[in-house]
Design a protein around this ligand. Structure first.
Ligand SMILES: [Zn+2]
Length: 328
């Protein structure tokens, strides 16, 4: 119930925003996507409007988080796990040493990402050598690559075909049979995911497609998950579950096929944009995910003692972001 409430709140939240003197109420994903806009003022306005909108649901969101985390702590303890992390590791069939090695590699790479953020700040003309949060996803360079939804289909199917005919056929089927919900609309949540319906041998993909190169890359990623499901169609249902590290291998392979293909036919301006998009994506997986790991670790620690207030949750998140984003 807490998870449902949290999803309902974040998917129906409308953001008050003033663009060109006109006041509007827009869905959260629409406003978040403005982080990719060329206009620097729009990126900043959208970010500030997004933060202001969260105040409308902060108490209910905090109560949901407290409920969700509280249950995980209680259930993990009752089932004899050392900690909630221990349960997650067992579910993912991962040793703690493996996780520690990954986190250590992430920590060691942080200075390189901080340098990337500072370089991007300079490229965007910021005087303080630090990149504002609202400019993390700002496009740099002159290239403006756009793909209509149909163009994304043809591009992906063609280049998946260079790896495997079966993979290309799967992608074409997903597009042509409308297994993909790509449009942005009110009441729909942000982000993207793929759900494999083993019982009917099909998959469904949710995304928020705006036509940027990064959206094409996301589509390739989700189709990778879908194809993974397709490969398991003849397995017994109980044999079709797999842990996240394996899941993301399929999706990242497909993302990489598309990035390599795009690079091959790109002008040098476009290649710059594609590579920057690549580093930006990596910075999310390394730096931002690390901040969430720090946040979650702190939340689990404090939640054991009792429910956390909105201001405590905000402080913990801010501290986690400072620790991972550093001087970048
Ligand atoms: Zn994925």
């Amino acid at each position: 119930a807490w998870t449902k409430l949290h999803e309902m709140l974040t998917s129906t939240l409308l953001v008050d925003i003033t663009i060109d003197g006109e006041h509007k109420q827009l869905p959260l994903p629409v406003v978040r996507n403005m982080a990719n806009e060329k206009d620097p003022q729009l990126r900043k306005t959208a970010y500030e409007a997004e933060l202001a909108a969260y105040k409308k649901i902060d108490e209910a969101a905090a109560a949901s988080l407290n409920g969700i985390k509280g249950e995980v702590i209680t259930v993990a303890k009752l089932r004899g796990y050392e900690s909630p992390l221990d349960k997650t590791l067992q579910d993912s069939r991962m040793d703690r040493e493996t996780l520690e090695a990954m986190l250590q590699a992430m920590r060691e790479s942080l200075p390189s990402f901080h340098q990337y953020f500072r370089t991007k700040a300079k490229l965007l003309g910021h005087k303080s050598a630090q990149l504002p949060f609202y400019d993390l996803f700002a496009p740099v360079g002159e290239a403006d690559m756009r793909f209509s939804y149909e163009e994304s289909r043809d591009f992906i199917v063609k280049h998946f075909g260079s790896f495997s005919e079966k993979l290309a056929n799967y992608a074409a089927r997903a597009y042509d049979n409308q297994w993909i919900d790509a449009e942005i609309r009110e009441g729909k949540r942000g982000g993207a995911f793929c759900y494999n319906l083993h019982i009917v041998g099909e998959s469904r993909i949710m995304s928020n497609y705006t036509g940027s190169y990064s959206d094409v890359s996301t589509m390739a990623h989700e189709l990778g998950h879908g194809y993974h499901g397709e490969c398991l169609v003849n397995e017994a249902f109980l044999n079709s579950e797999y842990p996240m590290p394996i899941a993301e291998t399929a999706s990242i392979l497909c993302e990489t096929i598309i990035a390599n293909a795009a690079l091959e036919q790109a002008t040098s301006e476009e290649a710059f944009a594609i590579l920057e998009n690549d580093i930006s994506g990596a910075s999310q997986v390394i730096v931002d995910i690390y901040s969430r790991y720090l946040f979650e670790t702190a939340v689990f620690e404090r939640r054991t003692e009792g429910a956390l207030s909105v201001s405590t949750l905000n402080e913990l998140m801010l501290q986690a972001q400072k620790d991972s984003y550093g001087d970048g």
